[in-house]
Ligand binder design. Structure first.
Ligand SMILES: [Zn+2]
Length: 154
């Protein structure tokens, strides 16, 4: 299920990860086509022919950065990047409009999203600013698998 919206064929051309010039951590690449769907005035973006990356650190103002260390900050986005806000009403699944609060209170939602991704009905690469599947951002994964292991063991 983690294979949904895989863009590994495009990732092969560029280095997989690059260091965010602001917080110094390594992040995965994101297609330029995804960036254009989330920034303000995409027609005015001076993008270069290079790899771009997505920083998901809530403490960091950078959303996208290029291999040349150019940056696009939160203030330059028209999409609110939920995983960088950590607010209850911020979106974690952009395909189906799931907020962090909803995902926490109703674990059935994750099941629904898993079913949709299995059928390749999701559109994470376009709708999610990270360009990746949103399932990894769902909360409570540990407690869910914990419950499952418990029942298996007993
Ligand atoms: Zn950063």
């Amino acid at each position: 299920m983690s294979q949904c919206c895989s863009s590994s064929h495009t990732a092969n051309k560029t280095p997989e990860k690059h260091i965010c010039p602001v917080n110094g951590n390594r992040y995965s690449s994101v297609p330029q086509s995804t960036i254009l769907l989330h920034i303000n005035n995409p027609w005015a973006w001076h993008n270069k022919s290079q790899a771009y990356y997505f920083c998901d650190d809530p403490e960091c103002e950078v959303v996208y950065f290029g291999k040349d260390n150019s940056i696009l900050e939160k203030s330059q986005m028209r999409t609110t990047v939920g995983i960088k806000e950590k607010l209850n009403n911020s979106l974690i699944c952009y395909c189906y409009g799931v907020t962090l609060k909803e995902a926490t209170n109703n674990t059935n939602i994750k099941e629904f999203v898993i079913q949709q991704t299995k059928q390749h009905s999701c559109a994470c690469e376009s709708r999610n600013p990270s360009g990746k599947c949103c399932l990894k951002d769902f909360p409570g994964k540990k407690s869910l698998t914990g419950k499952l292991t418990q029942t298996k063991n007993s």
